[in-house]
Design a protein around this ligand. Structure first.
Ligand SMILES: NC(=O)c1ncn([C@@H]2O[C@H](COP(=O)(O)O)[C@@H](O)[C@H]2O)c1NC=O
Length: 503
């Protein structure tokens, strides 16, 4: 049903951006009702308006806590124009109809970010604004609601059309958006009161993705990628790219930028990682750990990409390269492939909680932070400084493999990994097979396990392959079997007390 806009209620916190709308309302002879600060802005722009006080018969009271909360305002928004009884009551109480509601809420989230003063924060909980938005959205059959400044251009287009009319479908779409605004606003307030940090899908920019994990799945992303990285080149990031970029960034957050580290991610697992004296060598070592799997992977470095590395990388087919910076000549080389995605990282992502959907509900948990809770040398001898370095590195790499996971490290290079296996011994066998496939000598290598060894079979198999040191959380009722084997064979066994399952 087409509806002509004849009256509007405007109550906005930030006034900028309204200029053209005010002029268009004037041109269309639309009566404007408004609140104090907004009234001044409109009148300064040379447009006359009606103070909401003249509808309510009350001034704004309690320092602005109550100004629009009144039947004369809400009656005008909520009245069902098609219902005779509503219209009669409107007439009886002398309430004018309001056809358009424009609200910009108090900036609650901004205030929380800028101060710790509770009184200031509480005063920025808008009460009248969300109430007007909800009322207008509920009555979308008759009223158009604009609750987001991003929709000002849409409103300008509507007001520029002949008769300033809207369709029912159009009003319903704006109502849906308005309820999103209210939900996001309330969730931000709830996060503040409950001291939680739940991701807010309503306030975040929602990006429709080309498709999901597979082409027949629709997908979207709610978040702010601009805070995480700058895309310097390449095609739009897909759903799978975003998942792998997240895995890559989470992994690289583990490593101090003073040690040059390069990693290759495939389907969220680390398939190559190494530390070295320069980026090019780190990349070569990461790649040679499993050159087969690296094809089409997501690459990440914690140091600037120079020309030498770009030249080496250029021959590899990869989807995404992430780094804190790129030298100009390196960028030129890497941009030679049109679709190749190049991302320059900004701040590290400091998420406190992670969530996923299960059984039609949301499971949330803290991030798995840290490497080891304790360092107990329980084997036949203590680790040498070099072994210790490799064990620390191995444990962090293993943490970023899907469970059950085993990582084999030698000289700060991942030479074998087993992940996503249903038994730990299979994960180990897979890791050894990978290392053997690419001709690595496992002699003096170290093994990390994401969870305890339930039996002594893993340490025996690894030892026979050449491994001399192990790191694992411990906690099995048969820990002593693996420990005894290490003692008997002069092997290092570090117990960390911190399990790193990743499902
Ligand atoms: N309390 C009320 O009745 C009320 N009615 C509207 N507001 C808000 O007041 C602001 C506009 O006020 P002004 O026009 O006075 O600058 C808007 O952000 C609007 O959402 C209110 N403020 C807070 O709840």
């Amino acid at each position: 049903m087409q509806k002509k806009i004849q009256s509007a209620l405007i109550s906005v916190y930030y006034k900028n951006g309204l200029e053209k709308i005010i002029q268009l309302l004037k041109e269309n002879n639309i009566t404007i009702y408004t609140t104090g600060g907004t009234q001044k802005f409109i009148e300064d722009a040379g447009v006359s308006c009606v103070a909401v006080e003249s509808l309510t018969g009350f001034p704004s009271i309690l320092g602005g806590r109550v100004k629009t909360l009144h039947p004369s305002v809400f009656g005008g928004i909520l009245a069902r124009r098609e219902m005779e009884s509503d219209l009669q009551e409107m007439k009886q109480y002398n309430i004018p109809e309001i056809d358009l509601v424009i609200v910009d809420l108090y900036p609650f989230e901004e205030t929380v970010k800028s101060t710790d003063d509770e009184k200031t924060i509480i005063e920025k909980i808008d009460v009248g604004g969300p109430s007007m938005i909800r009322a207008a959205a509920k009555n979308f059959a008759n009223v158009l609601v604009i609750a987001d400044k991003n929709n000002y251009t849409d409103l300008e287009n509507i007001l520029s059309q002949k008769n300033a009319e809207t369709s029912l479908e159009e009003r319903k779409q704006f109502a849906a958006k308005a309820f999103d605004v209210c939900s996001g606003y309330d969730m931000a307030i709830s996060n503040y009161f409950n001291k939680t940090d739940f991701l807010n899908p309503f306030v975040a920019d929602k990006k429709v993705l080309r498709y999901g994990e597979n082409p027949h799945q629709q997908a979207s992303f709610a978040g702010n990628l601009d805070e995480v990285f700058e895309q310097l080149h390449g095609k739009e990031l897909s759903y799978n790219n975003l998942v792998d970029v997240d895995a890559a960034i989470q992994l690289m957050n583990e490593f101090n930028s003073s040690t040059i580290t390069f990693a290759i991610i495939k389907h969220t697992n680390v398939c190559g990682i190494a530390q070295s004296v320069n980026v090019n060598e780190a990349f070569n070592a990461a790649l040679s750990g499993d050159p087969e799997s690296a094809f089409g992977g997501v690459l990440i470095a914690n140091a600037s990409i120079d020309k030498t590395t770009a030249d080496t990388l250029n021959s590899l087919f990869f989807e995404v390269l992430i780094a804190p910076s790129f030298d100009a000549d390196a960028l030129e080389i890497l941009q030679s492939k049109k679709n190749r995605i190049l991302l320059k990282t900004k701040n590290s992502v400091q998420q406190k909680q992670m969530s996923k959907t299960v059984l039609n509900g949301i499971l949330s948990q803290d991030f798995d932070k840290g490497n080891f809770a304790e360092w107990k040398e329980e084997g036949g001898r203590n680790s040498s400084p070099e072994e210790k370095d490799n064990l620390i590195f191995a444990n962090l790499v293993c943490k970023h493999l899907k469970s059950n996971a085993i990582a084999i490290i030698k000289d700060k290079q991942l030479i074998g990994k087993g992940c996503g296996q249903t038994s730990r011994v299979d994960a180990l066998r897979q890791a050894i097979a990978k290392a053997t496939q690419f001709n690595f000598d496992l002699k003096d290598s170290v093994v990390a396990s994401d969870a305890f060894f339930p039996f002594d079979d893993c340490v025996k198999i690894a030892h026979e392959a050449g491994v001399t040191a192990f790191i694992q959380p411990g906690g099995s009722i048969r820990d002593k079997d693996s420990i005894e084997y290490c003692k008997a064979n002069n092997l290092v066994m570090v117990i960390t007390g911190l399990r790193h399952f990743k499902h």
